[in-house]
Design a protein around this ligand. Sequence first.
Ligand code: SF4
Length: 106
Amino acid sequence: MNIAIMVCKKLTSECSGSWCFKAFAEKDKSFAIYKSEIETNLCGFFHCNGCGSNLDKELEYKVTQLKKVGVKTVHISKCIEVECDRYNEVRNFLLRNDFNIIDGTH
Ligand code: SF4
């Protein structure tokens, strides 16, 4: 299964993403659901383009790329849950684009 992680742009200036990648590599925390999967590939790590972004317009190409590599599920990172006033908007955007959503990463 191919998956991706969506993170908060505000946090990308200080966060390396290391804990998300560690949890994925160890199939820990929200990635524990893949323990029985033979192969789970992390095929994308992307952000929302910022608080003023128009998700439908600005993320269209990112969605195209994710679809091209067969991403079916997007994990919404903890930083979005903690930081974002647009959480439901972000969720609905992903749902509109036919992704399965998992809340959280590590
Ligand atoms: S819109 Fe939400 S996820 Fe994006 S930068 Fe702003 S707070 Fe972070």
